[in-house]
Design a protein. Structure first.
Ligand SMILES: [Zn+2]
Length: 187
């Protein structure tokens, strides 16, 4: 029985230069865009993030789009592979600094007098001339206790990863230093 070769269906007039890497070719890194799904757990096995229900995350290898310890774990793997990696806090978002918890008057916050605050809320403060994200840890009558540590500071992180795609970056992506399209930069 002879099977007809599937037609390639390549429109040469509109080639995107974004070529999938052969399914059997291990990831080599630089110049590749990797798409993956992930679930992220902290050291108490609490799921803190997941890409489920979203397009896979896309990143251009070597451009800081993901934690470098996670990025390295992709090397040598194939599309379709899944793996799990635990990254110690020092290689993730760094140690937790207790002194980064501070008390600030509500009236110093944007719309502070009117706004209702709640613990866990992310706010932005101006500190040393920089706008910085902070997490509210406690709400008082006149003051807020806020924490400017990264929400994942001091945590060892476990990523469960499934590799959804590997392709060569386009010239535009290489020039911009990031991946384009769903799960990457949109512009
Ligand atoms: Zn771009």
């Amino acid at each position: 029985m002879t099977e007809k070769q599937p037609s390639q269906n390549v429109d040469t007039a509109t080639t995107t230069e974004s070529k999938d890497v052969a399914a059997s070719a291990p990831i080599t890194g630089a110049g590749q865009v990797i798409a993956f799904h992930y679930d992220l757990y902290d050291d108490a096995s609490v799921q803190v993030e997941s890409s489920a229900g979203h397009p896979p995350v896309q990143f251009l290898y070597g451009q800081g789009g993901v934690l470098s310890a996670l990025q390295e774990a992709f090397l040598g793997k194939l599309k379709g592979d899944d793996f799990s990696i635990t990254i110690p806090s020092g290689l993730a978002y760094g140690r937790y600094y207790p002194e980064r918890v501070q008390r600030v008057p509500k009236k110093n916050m944007d719309n502070g007098a009117k706004q209702r605050f709640h613990p866990g809320q992310i706010v932005h403060i101006n500190q040393n001339g920089q706008r910085q994200a902070a997490t509210i840890v406690k709400v008082g009558k006149f003051n807020l206790d806020i924490d400017t540590n990264h929400p994942m500071a001091g945590k060892d992180l476990t990523f469960d990863v499934k590799i959804e795609g590997v392709r060569q970056a386009t010239d535009d992506e290489l020039a911009h230093g990031h991946a384009h399209g769903p799960g990457g930069h949109q512009h």
